[in-house]
Design a protein around this ligand. Structure first.
Ligand code: MG
Length: 408
């Protein structure tokens, strides 16, 4: 394998750090051309000292000033333009797109336009603008290689297969830390409980999304775009052991499943070395000591975010974009203690009988439209969700400390 030059966008996050561990493991296969992060100047400084990239970018201008003052000798870029420039560096072969949330869309979009292959961890880019990115990647002959463990599994099971031979894609979900909670118990989950994931060690936002099953909903949308399979042929099963990362059922009744240790370095390694495989030095699965493999149907009543994501995908248009934007804001506020868990779970607990949850999320998004998170991705897709109508914001639920009604 020739040496690949990497731009790691989101290098201080969970996926970015694991990608750099892969570089440590195979220094002969990779060189680091660019590193970009949000605002962790201290860690980026350490990474720059170790990996000697050609450019570094920090989205936050104050953090970028700190890095400049640290005299790395590097050109330090800042703002979204800086992050995009790092992604599109002329020497880069493969961009690891590992920013969390829709903020990762623009660097991914521009990197594809610059003809770069993408190792995609940032599922929100596809959820938000899959209809834009997939044709763009075809037009520019670039590869979108998924890092998300389920999609990496599907990608591996689909190697050499014809998509017309696929009966359905089956995404597995661990079920997260709240799997066995009742609907009432889900109303009062604390941030700590929601972050206590039983099998995966991941970033904050994705861990909350796993607890609400919104993550699996976003992954259904991601799989639809990546593999061109319609939503009614993508199903989800709860698999609490997280050992089978996803399955493909073919029209002849054959299932192919991908199984490996629960460590994100495994799908990251596959994406970075694709189409080849390389030594991972991860512990091997001891088949004879595995726990029983369990599969259950998800409960769409308790975990309405999953149903909501299917609804948004079926509705099409900007609905997935709005769903994603609303979810990002709900999760951010839940993590700050500003929303009770029922909101992070999509507001379904509050008004399941009175309106579509999607409508509620749309309202939520409208109220928070001026948040630090901008609506640029919605603007990219035309800005309006035709199926949604505004609702009155529900009153403060009684007895829930920490919840503040957002200012209108
Ligand atoms: Mg996943």
């Amino acid at each position: 394998m020739q040496t690949k030059s990497l731009s790691i966008i989101g290098s201080t996050g969970s996926i970015g750090r694991s990608a750099l561990e892969i570089v440590d493991l195979h220094p002969e296969k990779f060189e680091v051309t660019a590193l970009a992060a949000y605002r962790n100047s201290r860690l980026l400084f350490e990474q720059c000292r170790k990996y000697r990239p050609k450019v570094a970018a920090l989205y936050d201008p104050e953090a970028a000033d700190e890095l400049t003052r640290a005299r790395t000798g590097l050109r330090v870029l800042t703002g979204m333009d800086g992050v995009i420039e790092a992604a599109c560096h002329p020497d880069t072969d493969l961009v690891v797109s590992a920013i969390s949330g829709a903020a990762g869309l623009l660097p991914t979009y521009h990197a594809i336009r610059a003809g770069k292959d993408i190792a995609l961890a940032n599922k929100e880019a596809l959820v938000t603008a899959g209809e834009l990115l997939i044709p763009l990647s075809r037009e520019h002959h670039t590869r979108l290689i998924p890092i998300d463990s389920e999609h990496s599994a599907l990608n591996q099971c689909l190697r050499g297969a014809r998509i017309e031979d696929v009966k359905r894609l089956v995404l597995t979900a661990s079920g997260g830390p709240l799997l066995d909670r009742s609907k009432t118990e889900l109303e009062t989950v604390s941030v700590e409980e929601a972050l206590n994931h039983p099998t995966w060690n991941m970033g904050l936002k994705i861990t909350i999304d796993s607890a609400t099953l919104m993550n699996k909903g976003l992954e259904v949308i991601e799989a639809h775009h990546l593999f061109g399979v319609p939503p009614d042929r993508i199903s989800v099963v709860i698999h609490p052991q997280s050992l089978i990362h996803s399955l493909v059922e073919f029209i002849d009744g054959t299932f192919l499943a991908q199984m490996s240790i629960t460590d994100m370095k495994s799908p990251i390694l596959y994406a970075l070395t694709y189409p080849e495989r390389s030594e991972s030095r991860l512990p091997s699965l001891n088949l004879c000591r595995l726990p029983g493999l369990e599969f259950r149907e998800p409960d769409p009543d308790r975990f309405a975010c999953l149903r909501l994501a299917y609804e948004a995908l079926q509705a099409g248009g900007t609905c997935p974009t709005v769903l994603n934007a609303a979810n990002e804001i709900a999760v951010e506020r839940f993590l700050k203690g500003e929303l009770p868990s029922e909101f992070a779970c999509g507001g379904m607990v509050i008004m399941p009988a009175t309106s579509s949850p999607l409508t509620f999320l749309w309202r939520h998004w409208l109220l928070d439209g001026q948040d630090a998170y901008s609506s640029q991705e919605a603007a990219l897709r035309g800005g309006k969700c035709s199926g949604c109508r505004p609702l009155a914001f529900p009153e403060r639920p009684a007895g829930r400390p920490g919840y503040r009604r957002p200012a209108n």
